[in-house]
Design a protein around this ligand. Structure first.
Ligand SMILES: C[S@@+](CC[C@H](N)C(=O)[O-])C[C@H]1O[C@@H](n2cnc3c(N)ncnc32)[C@H](O)[C@@H]1O
Length: 420
């Protein structure tokens, strides 16, 4: 990092560290303003900003209000998160800053023995995890697993290609790529190459999608000719996978309250060659426009709005943007959506409830509350459903993917069948 890059990182951090907006949104608008920056500059700045967020618990021990001292926070991130020695950043620092970095490094063993700094998780999250009986070891293992950035996973569109062939073609181009261990459609790129101009992406043969997210679509078990609903479709990551499972036939309703997100689905549908998807904006989960689907759907996926705490590899700022009050509000919304969405499932049909959260309050507890209030549902144990997909080691009724064990985002899913 050079002096100019450090100054720019400092300006970006002054805004990012208030956590009023998502870090990636702040950075995108920052880079739009700083048009003249080259690719290397952007990379340096973005990596240092994210390293600061990932190591913020340690930085806060020395700088209680880091957004007021963003330059110090950036220097700390270079040393704690980007593997540079104090000596290597010396030319960027004045004497006070250098002494401060030396002091920061001297706290290493204290950082390792304190839960918040060892796990790099804020106190409110640690309390939530302790309430669900996680011990310190589990909390630290989880915290560490989400300190790394995620690899790039793509899903091969089975309407347009076979994974083995696509994988071989990508490897022949010299890309480091491997088949994902659990999803039958996934390819993982550990080096995260930019693929958005790759012909296979432009032709809709592959879509960027975390392996965990692919598994949620797989759990819907949706088939050709069926009626399916993706109740919280967003920009359609799972919708597209479900559409391909249906081989482009039947009807797949993609519902969401956010017009902008659904608008992003439309070009992706075209690229994927899927004509069976019907995007529909709804006002809320009680929207009268969905009444006609009552008890009609073979399958309904509820990929509920959630805290997103399973995606901290990609969005490390979420742990500072969320809090327990937000989680409580989300819980109410999740239960209300689950209840409304369940009414669309036909007798014998399937309801999949999913989140990208690791909090039981958003996961198992939601299912328990739903089952306590509604008769006529049977839990389909996930380990039986995914048996053929090498996840059979999972012992629970529910899917709980963890970054430390499965190297995916932290997804939860439960599958219910309507029996009455
Ligand atoms: C976890 S995201 C969905 C991600 C998406 N399924 C995907 O795979 O890309 C949750 C979505 O729920 C939507 N949402 C929030 N409240 C809703 C409601 N009452 N009914 C339907 N969708 C809602 C949000 O706009 C958001 O797009």
């Amino acid at each position: 990092m050079n002096a100019q890059q450090l100054d720019l990182t400092t300006s970006a951090l002054a805004q990012v560290l208030t956590f009023r907006q998502p870090a990636d949104v702040v950075l995108s608008s920052f880079f739009r303003r700083e048009r003249k920056l080259g690719v290397r500059d952007r990379q340096e700045i973005a990596e240092t900003v994210f390293a600061t967020i990932r190591h913020l618990q340690k930085i806060q021990q020395m700088l209680p209000k880091p957004h007021n001292k963003p330059r110090r926070a950036a220097l700390a991130a270079l040393v704690l998160g980007r593997g540079l020695s104090v000596h290597a950043v010396e030319t960027l620092c004045d004497t006070d800053e250098k002494d401060w970095l030396v002091e920061l490094k001297a706290h290493k063993s204290e950082f390792a023995s304190t839960l918040t700094t060892a796990a790099e998780l804020p106190q409110w999250m640690i309390e939530c995890l302790q309430q669900q009986d996680w011990d310190d070891e589990q909390i630290v293992a989880y915290g560490r697993s989400v300190m790394q950035s995620a690899p790039l996973d793509v899903r091969v569109n089975t309407l347009k290609g076979k994974r083995d062939k696509i994988l071989a073609a990508l490897q022949a181009e010299g890309l480091r790529a491997e088949a994902t261990p659990y999803s039958p459609w996934g390819i993982r790129f550990p080096d995260k190459p930019a693929l958005n101009r790759h012909p296979l992406f432009l032709d809709g043969v592959m879509e960027v999608q975390d392996e965990g997210s692919q598994l949620l679509a797989l759990l819907t078990g949706v088939k050709r000719g069926q009626i399916a609903v993706d109740f919280c479709a967003g920009a359609g990551g799972k919708t597209l996978a479900m559409g391909a499972m249906m081989a482009g036939s039947g009807r797949l309703y993609a519902l969401d309250v956010a017009e902008k997100r659904l608008a992003n689905l439309k070009p992706r549908m075209v690229r994927a060659g899927l004509t069976n998807i019907h995007p529909q904006r709804i006002d809320n989960e009680h929207d009268a426009r969905i009444a006609r689907l009552k008890a009609k759907a073979d399958c309904v996926l509820v990929d509920a709005p959630c805290s997103g705490l399973g995606t901290l590899r990609r969005n490390p700022d979420l742990k500072y943007r969320q809090n327990s009050d937000n989680v409580a509000a989300l819980q109410q919304q999740q239960q209300s959506i689950l209840q409304a969405a369940s009414a669309l499932v036909r007798l014998g049909g399937r309801l999949v409830y999913a989140t990208c959260s690791i909090l039981e309050a958003e996961n198992q507890q939601q299912l328990n509350d739903f089952l306590a209030a509604n008769n006529g549902w049977h839990i389909e144990p996930v380990n039986t459903l995914l048996k053929s997909h090498t996840l059979s080691s999972m012992h629970s009724d529910y899917l709980q993917l963890s970054t430390s064990e499965h190297h995916t985002d932290g997804f939860f899913a439960a599958v219910l069948t309507r029996i009455k």
